[in-house]
Every structure is written in C-alpha cells, then in structure tokens.
Design a protein around this ligand. Structure first.
Ligand SMILES: Cc1cc2nc3c(=O)[nH]c(=O)nc-3n(C[C@H](O)[C@H](O)[C@H](O)COP(=O)(O)O)c2cc1C
Length: 293
C-alpha cells in the first residue's frame, strides 16, 4: 500500500490512458461497466495525460487502431498524447470530480515546467487525490532530448506549487535510479511508462515505425518495467508503483519485488474485465492489509 501525505492510500491504480479523461472508461467500455465487469471505484484512477494546449497527436478517432496495436501479450501504441487540453478538462470534467465514485488523479505532461505550473493553477481547489507528472511519453517529439537534471528540476518546481501529492512517471530508458533518488523529496511515488519499441526490439521494425516505433506495454514489456520496479524498490528512496500486470499471479510478483502499489494499463485494452476480476479476487484472498511502504 502507498500512503500519501494527504491521507489517501492505495494498492491498485489504473494507469493513464486506460479509462479515459474522467476515469470512467472509454465509450466502448461502458457495457462492461453496466454488467459490473469493470469497476473504476476499486482503483485510484489516473486520467489520460493532459497538456496545456489541445494536442492533435497521432490518434484519429475514426481509426484508433491505426496507432494502438493489440498484440499477443501486450499493446504497442503511438498515440502521442492526443488530448483536448486542460481548459476543456477543467470545464467538462472538473465540476464533476467531487461526485465521482472513484479516486481520481490527473496526469499532466511535464515537458515544460512553466506549463505544469500553469496547469496546476487551473486545477486549484479540485478534490483530486494527486497529480501524476508524465515525464516519459515515448511518443512525443521531445523524447531523447530531455535531460535528467531538467526533469528533476520540473518535479521540484511542481512540488512548490502543487496542493496535491505528486507522482512522477519515469521511463525505463531514463536514468531512473538517479531520478528516483533526486526527486524523492518532491514526489511521493514513481510509476513507469511503456517501453520504447527501439529499446525492446532494436532489431525489428515496428508496425508503428512511421510514428517513431511507439511504446510497448503489458506482458511484452515486463522484462524492462519489472527490472526498473525491482531496482527502484530496492533503492528504497521513493515508493514505486509496479506496472504490466497481465495475469493474476503478476500482482503477487509485483508486490514481491517491493512495489508499494500495482497499476493496470494495457491489460484494459486487451482484457478490460481482468483488472476488476483480479482486484476483487485479491481482496477476497487477502483480507488483511499488507504492510505500508
Ligand atoms: C492506449 C494507451 C494509451 C496510453 N496513454 C497514456 C497517456 O496518456 N499518458 C501516460 O502517461 N501513459 C499512457 N499510456 C501508458 C500507460 O499508462 C502505462 O504506463 C503503460 O502502458 C505501461 O503499463 P502496462 O505495461 O501495465 O500497460 C498509455 C498506454 C496505452 C496502451
């Protein structure tokens, strides 16, 4: 379990992008909610990432599978942070947050520190459980040029302005151990993004090559995301949220690595009922609370 400074605590998180901008799921997931097969209220849900200005990205709603490729055991995506922008979110979703039956965190792209501060100011007063700073989208044009020092600075500047606990979302191709150490005073947990295709499969051409290769997630990404989870956990500077659950047993494995919480991402794309089924089963089988980290 991860305990945040505002008193919020959680074991299970929904990763950004899995359940849309309000945490209630994408339109095609609504029948599952009606049938009780997808229950966002079991999780702390992170919104899909927002940017200061609306961003077209690569996703076209008429052809979503053009940039999201479900594979056996995972997903490759190169959405590129398509989103309607923070002002849209504050107008349409912000007023409803207090009534939502699930705990919500907002994901902000933390590419430019001043944009993050502006977005934090726009969100002021909303009953959010936290903010996730997305420092790691594998599909944006800035990837690769970002410097560890700069990302550390963004976290510290955001901390000064944020009325909510911060989570930093890192990438396996970051110097994540240095980052975890340096941002531990500013953020209260770290999460891990999808794995850049070029890192996962350097010899193979990606089906999303024309978008830069995309990010690999799910079971296909475990080798990298779990290594990072284990290393960050054993460094013991900041709690880590372990990703890439695919099978029920993965939850136990991730807690066994020392993660404070577990997150569900692309498993929602391929098997949207699994996270709810897994968490309900976990709760039945583990009625005692695991120790706080
Ligand atoms: C379709 C899709 C959309 C995503 N959108 C976002 C996003 O907007 N922001 C973000 O930080 N991560 C996004 N991600 C990455 C996930 O939040 C998660 O970090 C990644 O899939 C690794 O976790 P997993 O192996 O459990 O899927 C997205 C992933 C997928 C598959």
């Amino acid at each position: 379990m991860i305990q945040l400074s505002n008193g919020h605590h959680f074991e299970f998180m929904v990763a950004s992008g899995a359940l849309a901008f309000d945490g209630g799921g994408w339109p095609w997931e609504q029948p599952l909610r009606c049938m009780g097969l997808l229950k966002p209220e079991l999780f702390t849900v992170v919104t899909k990432t927002l940017t200061l200005e609306p961003r077209k990205g690569n996703l076209r709603w008429s052809r979503p599978l053009g940039v999201v490729k479900p594979m056996r055991g995972g997903v490759i995506n190169s959405i590129g942070l398509t989103n309607p922008g923070i002002d849209w979110w504050c107008e349409k979703i912000g007023p409803k947050v207090a009534q939502l039956p699930w705990d919500l965190m907002v994901s902000l792209e933390a590419d430019v520190a001043s944009d993050v501060i502006t977005m934090l100011n726009k969100l002021k007063g909303l009953p959010l459980k936290g903010i996730e700073l997305n420092l790691s989208c594998p599909n944006t044009i800035h990837e690769g040029s970002r410097q560890t020092d700069y990302m550390i600075q963004v976290c510290h500047q955001a901390k000064e302005q944020s009325e909510w606990p911060l989570i930093a979302k890192l990438s396996v191709d970051h110097d994540y151990l240095t980052m975890a150490q340096e941002i531990s005073g500013a953020v209260e947990a770290v999460s891990i993004n999808s794995v850049p295709w070029k890192l996962a499969f350097p010899e193979k051409s990606s089906p999303l090559a024309k978008f830069g290769g995309g990010g690999v997630s799910g079971k296909l990404a475990q080798q990298w995301t779990w290594k990072a989870t284990e290393q960050i956990a054993s460094q013991n500077t900041v709690p880590v949220i372990g990703p890439s659950v695919w099978d029920y047993e993965d939850i136990e494995r991730i807690f066994g690595m020392g993660a404070g919480a577990v997150s569900f991402g692309s498993v929602f794309v391929c098997h949207p009922w699994r996270p709810t089924r897994f968490v309900e089963r976990w709760k039945r089988e583990h009625s005692g609370t695991p120790p706080l980290r």
